[in-house]
Design a protein around this ligand. Structure first.
Ligand SMILES: NC(=O)C1=CN([C@@H]2O[C@H](COP(=O)(O)OP(=O)(O)OC[C@H]3O[C@@H](n4cnc5c(N)ncnc54)[C@H](O)[C@@H]3O)[C@@H](O)[C@H]2O)C=CC1
Ligand SMILES: CC(C)(CO)C(=O)C(=O)O
Length: 298
C-alpha cells in the first residue's frame, strides 16, 4: 500500500516507520526531521526497535497515495485537510486525539476513517523516535458498521506488525476516548499532576463530571454511551496510566498549545448545538484557553 503520513512528529514517525517495513511510505514532516530521514532513514528505539527508510518531504500537497494518515496535532487539522485536498488519496485515517474526523470529512471528498491510537511515541531528535509503549490502533468506519476499506487498512497495519483492531462501533469508541481525554487531560494539565493523582484527589470528581457531561452529549448525538461507562473508563485509564503525564500536561509544561479545542472545547460546542450546557467542560476549556493566551500561545 502507498501510505502518506501527514504530520510526522512523534506518533506519525513511529507508525510510519513501522509501516515502512512492508509498505511504500512517505512522511510529510518539517525540517530538520524530514531532511534527516531522507538522508539517513529513521531509527525506532524503546519498546519497538527498527531502522526504516521511508521517503520524507516538507511538501504538503501534490502527493498520490492509497491512504493518508493524519497525525498532526488537532489544531493543525484544517490546514492538513486543505493540503490533502490537493493530493490524490484513496482514503484518509486520523489517529489524532479529539474530534478531528469531522473537520477532515467536511473538507475532503475522500472517504474518512476514524481511528484511535494508544501507542506511546516521542520524537527524541530528528530521525529518531522512541516507542514509549506498545498499544493498539483501533480503526473503522466513521459512522460505524462493517467497512471493506477499514478491513483493507487494518490488514495493511497488521502486515507491518502493528497491533490493530478493526471495529464496527467507532462512534462509541471515539466518544468514550473523548470522555477519558476530557476528564483526565484537562484536569491533570491544570493541576500539574500525573494521571495517578486522579485516584484520590478532589480532582477525581472533576474528571468524572467532565466525562459524564461528555457521555450526555454523546447521547444527544445518538451515540450510546452511559454515564457510568464513561466514568468507569476514566477510572480504568487512570489506573493503567497512573505514572503517565497526560499529553496535555506535557504540552503545558513545554509551554506549547494544547489540544483543548478538539477535546473539552468540542464537547462545549456540540452541546451548544443541542441547546445543552456542560459547565465543567466549559470551565476547564476556559481555564486552559486563558493559560494559552497568557503564555502568548496561538
Ligand atoms: N505522541 C503520542 O504518543 C500520541 C499522540 N496521539 C495524538 O496524535 C496526534 C499527534 O501527536 P504527536 O505526534 O505527539 O504530535 P507532534 O507535535 O509530535 O507531531 C505532529 C507533527 O506534525 C507536524 N506538522 C504539523 N503541520 C504540518 C504541516 N503542515 N506539514 C508538515 N508537518 C506538519 C509538526 O511539525 C509535528 O512534528 C495528536 O492529536 C495526539 O493527541 C495519540 C496517541 C499517542
Ligand atoms: C489516555 C491518556 C489520558 C493517557 O495519558 C491520553 O490519551 C493522553 O495523555 O493524551
Amino acid at each position: 500500500m502507498r501510505i502518506l503520513v501527514f504530520g510526522a512528529g512523534s506518533l506519525g514517525t513511529l507508525v510510519g516507520g513501522l509501516l515502512a517495513s512492508v509498505h511504500d511510505v512517505t512522511l510529510v514532516a518539517r525540517d530538520p526531521h524530514a531532511a534527516r530521514v531522507s538522508a539517513a532513514g529513521l531509527d525506532i528505539v524503546g519498546a519497538e526497535s527498527a531502522h526504516a527508510s521511508p521517503a520524507a518531504t516538507t511538501a504538503e500537497s501534490g502527493h498520490s497515495a492509497d491512504l493518508a494518515l493524519v497525525t498532526v496535532k488537532s489544531f493543525d487539522t484544517a490546514r492538513a485537510a486543505d493540503a490533502l485536498a490537493d493530493c490524490d488519496v484513496g482514503a484518509v485515517l486520523s489517529l489524532q486525539n479529539g474530534l478531528t474526523e469531522e473537520t477532515l470529512a467536511a473538507r475532503l471528498d475522500d472517504p474518512v476513517l476514524a481511528g484511535t491510537a494508544t501507542y506511546g511515541a516521542r520524537l527524541v531528535e530528528p530521525g529518531r523516535v522512541e516507542c514509549t509503549g506498545v498499544g493498539r490502533i483501533v480503526l473503522g468506519a466513521l459512522d460505524g458498521g462493517p467497512d471493506p476499506l477499514a478491513e483493507r487498512v487494518g490488514k495493511a497495519f497488521r502486515d507491518a506488525g502493528i497491533n490493530t483492531l478493526v471495529a464496527t462501533d467507532m462512534p462509541r469508541r471515539r466518544w468514550e476516548k473523548l470522555a477519558v481525554n476530557a476528564g483526565i487531560n484537562a484536569v491533570t494539565a491544570l493541576s500539574r499532576v500525573e494521571n495517578g493523582a486522579l485516584r484520590s484527589s478532589d480532582a477525581n470528581d472533576l474528571a468524572h463530571r467532565a466525562a459524564r457531561e461528555t457521555a450526555r452529549v454523546a447521547r444527544l448525538e445518538r451515540v450510546s454511551l452511559p454515564n457510568r461507562v464513561a466514568r468507569e473508563a476514566v477510572d480504568r485509564v487512570v489506573e493503567k496510566t497512573a505514572a503517565n503525564r497526560s499529553s496535555m500536561l506535557q504540552d503545558v509544561a513545554a509551554e506549547k498549545r494544547t489540544e483543548v479545542d478538539a477535546i473539552n472545547g468540542a464537547v462545549v460546542d456540540i452541546a451548544a448545538e443541542h441547546g445543552f450546557e456542560v459547565p465543567t467542560n466549559r470551565t476547564l476549556a476556559a481555564l486552559l484557553r486563558a493559560w494559552e493566551r497568557g503564555e502568548g500561545i496561538h
